[in-house]
Ligand binder design. Structure first.
Ligand code: C2E
Ligand code: MG
Ligand code: MG
Ligand code: MG
Length: 288
């Protein structure tokens, strides 16, 4: 992959690696103009309540429609955008687009009152966390769009917060105090001390796909079941909700529901797709 090709840039003995390195270089230099030219777009994947199957919101996932290479997934370009600093304006763009989209869904689709409006989850890169404009940019976007802070959830990976000091947590605390939810993404892949969870301003744990995958075999590995059960009960005792990612089968969904997980996301429900698709799913859901 392009990621590992950096060190081979000048090694002509491996023409394939060289081509990958050029691609990486090409992508990096094309990034800033891509943002100006509007080559990025966002797909939305529904977040489904495991108890009643209703659509409660969506995660925003960015893609790049590259004029030569076609649609590129975030794993291809987010690391490059982080490296060059473009992640800050790109992340701000994703946030604004997603919050605007949430606003539009709310206008199109009120949904049953007791469920509240569809919520929007947006990924934050560690570089955005350390950028001084994060809190103000978020406040501005929410004000401009008229979306309540509690309709927004920012996802930060567990690894980004491992060993985080108070300076790093301060902006997240301020956002949490405003009512923005903070989710700990890919939970279970880092090596964070579970007791450490108490000092993080998070309200949602997103259990990594690797746990969901281990529910695929039948019967599932009893040790994995115990681990998930333990994480869920710890999370709930700390007042954290648990979302599971990567649910691909009904059997996994059922297993995770029985284990007490609250919300699920995955191909079993829907692949990431255009905003109209999410609207349709939520509408079908609300009208039966
Ligand atoms: P993530 O936040 O953990 O997002 C979940 C990833 O799992 C997405 O990959 C999604 O398409 C994929 N996925 C969802 N359901 C299933 C399933 O049932 N099975 C399988 N095998 N995969 C599933 P995607 O879209 O390629 O995004 C990859 C990562 O890129 C994201 O992981 C996130 O960390 C990052 N990313 C995406 N959009 C943004 C963004 O706007 N900003 C930043 N900083 N990072 C982003
Ligand atoms: Mg995420
Ligand atoms: Mg995730
Ligand atoms: Mg993940």
């Amino acid at each position: 992959r392009a990621k590992s090709a950096g060190g081979n840039r000048f090694e002509l003995a491996d023409p394939e690696a060289d081509a990958r390195a050029i691609t990486r270089h090409g992508l990096t230099t094309a990034l800033p103009t891509a943002l100006e030219r509007g080559e990025f777009f966002i797909e939305y994947q529904p977040l489904v309540h495991l108890g009643d199957g209703s659509v409660r919101g969506a995660e925003a996932l960015v893609r790049w429609l590259h004029p030569q290479h076609g649609v590129l997934g975030p794993d291809r370009f987010i690391p490059l955008a982080e490296h060059t600093g473009l992640i800050v304006p790109l992340g701000r763009w994703v946030l604004e687009q997603s919050v605007r989209q949430a606003r539009e869904w709310r206008e199109l689709h009120g949904g049953p009152e007791e469920m509240g409006p569809l919520r929007i989850n947006v990924n934050l890169s560690p570089c955005q966390l350390t950028h001084p404009g994060l809190v103000q940019d978020t406040v501005d976007i929410l004000e401009r769009t008229g979306v309540e802070p509690d309709a927004l959830c920012l996802e930060v990976t567990e690894s980004a917060l491992i060993g985080a000091d108070d300076d790093l947590l301060k902006p997240l605390r301020r956002l949490a105090e405003m009512g923005v939810d903070i989710a700990l993404d890919d939970f279970g892949t880092g090596y964070s001390n579970l007791a450490n969870l108490r000092r993080l301003p998070v309200s949602i744990l997103k259990l990594d796909r690797s746990f969901t995958q281990s529910m695929q075999q039948f019967p599932a590995d009893p040790v994995d079941l115990k681990i998930v059960e333990g994480i869920v009960s710890l999370a709930h005792s700390l007042d954290l909700a648990v979302t599971v990612e990567g649910v691909e089968t009904g059997a996994q969904a059922e297993q995770l529901r029985v284990l007490g997980c609250d919300t699920a996301q995955g191909w079993y429900y829907a692949r990431p797709g255009p905003p109209e698709r999410l609207h349709e799913l939520a509408l079908v859901d609300a009208t039966g």
